[in-house]
Unconditional design. Sequence first.
Length: 134
Amino acid sequence: MSLWQLYYHLVWATKYRLPLIQPSWEADLYGYMTGKADHLGCIIHAINGTEDHIHVVASIPPTLAVADFVKRLKGSSSHYRNQVGGAERFQWQEGYGVFSLGQRQLSRAVGYVNNQKQHHAQNRLWSALEPKAD
């Protein structure tokens, strides 16, 4: 058995930063993404965002490249969202941000992600962790 403790803070935006993530179904989307991560052997420690971007704190095993994890999560979640319906086609923007974390930073990152809406409402953001408009 291998031992690994790898933590990442990932962030990416909706296509063109459109406000596509609706409060009425965002919990379903995050639940789907958590299930997909579990299927890939990954652990989601926190997932949250606003209408135009998402933050994920995850543990990704060394057998799976971070780029592959993000590609699979973004691809399958947009496919899922478009299958369950909605007035607008759901797409993620190309690219993502990734930051590695140490175990000591994990709880702070989880807190930041869990409180995304409050941080944005109060404009208390970690600028390095927020996606920039293209």
